[in-house]
Write a protein that binds this ligand. Structure first.
Ligand SMILES: *Cc1c(COP(=O)(O)O)cnc(C)c1O
Length: 473
């Protein structure tokens, strides 16, 4: 896809639309000097070059990648108009696009009927779900696993909702026995299940949590901010890359959050929350003296906690879902590539002399650590950190991985042979969310393995490239 051409098309088409209105003069107050612009813009692009190369498969660190060019074009076209999806007064066209795009998300999960909307992030989407949890079951607690995103504890504090933390098992999933013991004590109103934890990509057994919750009269909210789009692989007819049951059970939950700005190829500013009971709209009731005048239809601001919200985010998501639809062979193919890469990397790490797998990947996040002798949390912690730093300093072809902190108990569940000489340790974590990871994996693995083999001393930087075939390119 020729991005420059399509960006030009976006500008041209919108100029054609604005040009259809009566002509007027732009105010001189908004005029800018082209030379000054050139200078400042040069400065800007120079400073942007200080970013990490998220676009490159050698960047296998955090949950970061550029938006798809289709999303960029859709976003730009709408951004030139700058609609606000708070109300139909602010974004009549983009509100309709939002409803269609969100309808496709709900259909992917099999939630029908539903109430839902986009948000500016997964954090805000979860806040809304927790707000509805509080309003639905006032005075009762929200339970989540020790591996849940920290936002749940923080937002419950903000909402004044009591919380209960459920232990995780050796796969990083919510422990069902611990959950049942907690539910038997009473007082839990909502359970948060996470399908794709931010740290390890663990998938809570939603299909087992739902019947337990129902037995004790609790609601279930699913935080699928990271993993939600893996539903496309669970429904895949051809190759089973992940077990389907937790994903199929989302249709039977009370709410779910998904972040199109993570696996949905969108620029930041695009989360979503869906509720199975459209009646929860009553908790959002409010009056606005400023908006909601152009249409008696429901405005998105009447069912969301945020006010101003980018209509461009909806346009970008809508356009992307047209080209890469929410099917196994549409967007699903992007997730499948990352999943296959994670499976194959786990296998390579398993057979490596220099790396150990922390736990098998459930999605596309691989957790591992350098093999150090004697094996102790302190030496693993130091070696992981050094590998991350040496990887970034490596020339040519730096390697970007991230680290994650794991408690001694969680470590002992998986690797009892490692001496717990401190409370926690950093391990390595690589999010393979770019499909290109699949094609690049051999180079990535060889480099990480080499860093693990040689980087035992602080400050060691690898001069040689074990995969020098790119040096020849
Ligand atoms: C990323 C993430 C969040 C927070 O979402 P933001 O879009 O970063 O605000 C919440 N829960 C999980 C599981 C996540 O991965």
């Amino acid at each position: 896809m020729d991005l420059a051409y399509w960006l030009g098309q976006a500008v041209e088409e919108i100029q054609e639309w604005t040009g259809g209105w009566e002509a007027f003069d732009p105010h001189p107050a908004t005029a800018v000097d082209e030379d000054a612009l050139r200078e400042a813009f040069t400065d800007l692009t120079r400073r942007l070059a200080g970013s990490y190369p998220f676009f490159h498969p050698g960047y296998a660190g955090q949950m970061l990648k550029p938006a798809h060019p289709v999303a960029v074009v859709g976003h730009l076209a709408a951004m030139l108009i700058n609609p606000n999806n708070h109300a139909l007064d602010g974004g009549p066209a983009t509100s309709a696009l939002e409803e269609e795009a969100v309808g496709e998300l709900a259909a992917m999960f099999g939630i029908d009927p539903f109430l839902g909307h986009l948000t500016s992030s997964g954090t805000i989407a979860n806040l809304e779900a927790l707000f509805v949890a509080r309003e639905s079951h006032p005075g009762r607690a929200v339970a989540f696993s020790s591996e849940a995103h920290y936002t749940h504890a923080r937002m419950c504090r903000l909402l004044g909702v009591p919380t209960r933390v459920v232990a995780a098992d050796r796969g990083g999933r919510m422990d069902l026995d611990a959950l049942e013991r907690l539910l038997a004590l009473g007082g839990v109103g909502t359970i948060v299940a996470t399908t794709g934890t931010t740290g390890l990509g663990a998938v809570d057994p939603v299909h087992e949590i739902v019947p337990l919750a129902r037995r004790y009269g609790a609601r279930v909210h699913v935080d699928a901010a990271y993993g939600g789009f893996f539903t496309l692989l669970a429904h895949a007819r051809e190759v089973a890359l992940i077990p389907p049951h937790p994903w199929n059970a989302i249709a039977h939950c009370d709410s779910v959050v998904i972040d199109p700005h993570k696996h949905g190829l969108q620029p930041y500013g695009c989360g979503a929350v869906l509720f199975a009971d459209p009646g929860v709209a009553r908790f959002y009731d409010h009056d606005s003296p400023y908006t909601y005048f152009t249409s008696p239809q429901r405005h998105l601001g009447e069912i969301s906690l945020e006010c101003s919200r980018s209509g461009a985010a909806a346009a970008a998501l809508w356009l992307t879902q047209k080209l890469l639809p929410l099917t196994e062979h549409g967007l699903g193919a992007c997730l499948a590539a990352g999943r296959r890469a994670a499976l194959r990397w786990a296998d390579l790490i398993d057979r490596s002399q220099h790396l150990d797998l922390f736990q098998p990947p459930a999605l596309d996040i691989v957790s591992y650590f350098p093999r150090v002798r004697p094996a102790a949390l302190s030496s693993i912690d130091g070696a992981s950190h050094r590998l991350m730093e040496n990887g970034m300093a490596r020339r040519p072809n730096p390697v970007y991985v991230s680290v994650s902190r794991v408690g001694a108990h969680a470590f002992a569940l998986r690797h009892p042979e490692v001496r717990p000489d401190r409370d926690d340790a950093r391990i390595l974590r690589s999010v393979l969310m770019k499909p290109e990871a699949e094609l690049y994996l051999d180079r990535l693995h060889a480099r990480v393995e080499d860093l693990a083999r040689t980087g035992t001393e602080p400050g060691d930087v690898q001069p040689s490239d074990p995969t020098s075939e790119d040096a020849a390119r």
